[in-house]
Design a protein around this ligand. Structure first.
Ligand code: HEM
Length: 389
């Protein structure tokens, strides 16, 4: 398939979905449908004030940040905040509030334990792709032009709050009964945060993403932990910082978005290679076919359109497939196609299609950088749970 044919196919599928769902929206960053707005209202987090009472109160160990629900829907999730509000500075958002201290944002042993738990979850649910997207969408809101944390956005765990989860780029585009998108990733991590509460959400999201890449056969990423998490929904950034898959000028759009994060052309191309994993679903993003020969039987929930044939294996096939565009069952978003059209992007895309080792090396370095965007580390030098040469 040619680039323009692939783009047109992707666009037409998106338009069909939008005609039946949110006719006023043409951008993944546009305002939400009224059903989603209702959903947002139903699920606004309600803080149990007990965590603010006393640093010695044992009741604080069971302090919960609950999601208020009504009878229409099952409870989305329950976030355990626990005694770490008091013991670990991260839980007040690191803003030097009454409970801030000099302890680290996450505890190394818990990070290691959580990693093992995440591995089990991934092995049982084939959830590598959505966990990677969770880490990316938390970090990818970063704006290097804003100096103040957490106003600058980035890898700070703010994606756990309803207001940000309901940004169009993070939620599903259809009816609220079909809870999809990144809510699902959070639900998957619920048992991890219950078992290992002394990890900031900012670290948890990045730990899950890096673990998912490694488990899929991707490079080992030299991750640093200790990210402080934001305290509440008021610290979520405005909607619209994440890229749109079908902008009028994809190269210019990608540069606008990724340069704002302080990333380079090389990093844009390398990071796009994460689409070697996963699928796009019309009922989530509006992009992709409802199912293809590669997705109709899963693994995991069937359906969607993948970029590659083996969409749970991290390799350089994304670049090969985007370059060739021979299979109508494989997805090529306009922002994927442009990697072989723009002169500067193309240099790297060609290299990665040729040489998987180069791709892995550049991907690992770009992913590490992405995972640290806007992050405030406690301790400042961060925490390493692996040894790297
Ligand atoms: C370059 C700009 C990007 C655009 C426009 C874009 C757009 C999209 C879209 C439309 C989907 C489909 C979502 C759905 O329907 O569920 C998707 C999925 C995905 N994206 Fe991206 N993305 C970009 C960059 C990235 C980056 C930088 C990463 C990671 C480093 C990433 C990782 C993923 C993964 C793993 C999935 C599959 C999720 C799943 O199967 O549940 N993307 N992306």
């Amino acid at each position: 398939m040619t680039t323009s044919a692939a783009s047109a196919a992707a666009i037409s599928i998106r338009n069909v979905v939008q005609i039946h769902t949110i006719p006023s929206s043409s951008s993944s960053c546009s305002s939400r449908s009224s059903s989603a707005m209702r959903f947002a209202a139903l699920y606004e987090p309600k803080k149990n004030k007990s965590h603010c009472l006393s640093s010695s109160s044992s009741s604080s160990s069971s302090a919960m940040l609950r999601w208020q629900t009504n009878s229409l829907l099952p409870p989305l999730t329950t976030y355990k905040t626990t005694v770490s509000y008091l013991k670990y500075g991260s839980r007040d958002g690191g803003r030097g509030g009454a409970f801030s201290c000099t302890c680290s944002a996450s505890v190394p042993e818990q990070l290691k334990g959580a990693r093992e738990e995440i591995k089990l979850i991934i092995q049982n649910t084939y959830s590598n792709p959505i966990l990677i997207r969770l880490g990316w969408h938390d970090a990818g809101t970063y704006d290097k032009n804003i100096n103040e944390w957490p106003k600058c956005g980035g890898a700070n765990g703010s994606l756990r709050f309803t207001v940000e989860l309901n940004h169009a780029a993070n939620a599903d585009d259809l009816k609220m009964e079909y809870l999809a998108g990144l809510h699902n990733a959070l639900k998957l991590l619920e048992p991890v945060t219950a078992k290992f509460p002394k990890i900031s959400y900012a670290d948890l999201f990045q730990l899950a993403s890096a673990t998912a890449i490694e488990l899929a056969g991707g490079p080992k990423i030299p991750m640093k932990y200790g990210r402080v998490e934001t305290a509440g929904p008021e610290d979520c950034v405005r909607e619209g910082n994440l890229p749109d898959a079908g902008p009028p000028n994809p190269a210019e759009h990608l540069r606008n978005v990724f340069y704002r994060m302080g990333l380079t052309d090389k990093e844009i191309v390398a990071l796009s290679g994460a689409h070697t994993l996963g699928r796009s679903r019309p009922d989530r993003s509006g992009w992709g076919k409802p199912e293809t020969k590669y997705t109709k039987d899963g693994p995991g929930a069937p359906g969607g359109q993948s970029w590659t044939v083996q969409w749970l294996k991290f390799d350089n096939s994304y670049f090969k497939d985007i370059k060739e565009q021979r299979d109508a069952d494989l997805l090529v978003l306009p922002t994927d196609a442009v990697l072989f059209e723009d002169a500067s992007f193309k240099v790297y895309a060609e290299q990665y299609a040729e040489n998987q080792e180069t791709f892995f090396k550049d991907y690992a370095s770009a992913h590490k950088k992405l995972s640290e965007l806007g992050a405030k580390f406690d301790p400042p030098e961060g925490i390493y749970i692996d040894e790297f040469p």
